[in-house]
Design a protein around this ligand. Structure first.
Ligand SMILES: [Zn+2]
Length: 112
């Protein structure tokens, strides 16, 4: 048990942690894995705050695994965002820049 009261234990899935620790090592980031993970948590929370403030009518939905799905409650519509090669595609606006793509890119759950 660490005696330094500035640290706490965080229990996470071992398989996922080891998988991502290996990927992290290949990136050669000048930071410890634990500090990097904590920075990602902070960044993810900041991004979620930004999204809720900027797009209060949007929410992310896990519907069927076909791309990233946004529900626009103000229009009662669903938008899907996905990659086609190097292009980011919106189901409504295709390759054009739109708020749906911005929302997706800032959302911590967007994997492309
Ligand atoms: Zn769009």
């Amino acid at each position: 048990m660490p005696t330094d009261r500035n640290y706490t234990n965080l229990t996470i899935n071992r398989d996922r942690a080891e998988k991502y620790r290996d990927s992290f090592e290949t990136l050669k980031i000048n930071q410890t894995f634990n500090t990097w993970v904590l920075d990602l948590i902070e960044s993810g929370i900041d991004k979620m705050r930004f999204l809720r403030k900027t797009f209060p009518g949007y929410s992310f939905a896990e519907l069927d695994g076909e791309g990233f799905t946004i529900i626009d409650k103000t229009k009662n519509k669903i938008f899907r965002i996905h990659y086609e090669g190097k292009d980011l595609i919106c189901s409504e606006h295709a390759k054009a820049i739109c708020d749906h793509k911005l929302y997706a890119c800032f959302h911590p759950k967007f994997l492309g």
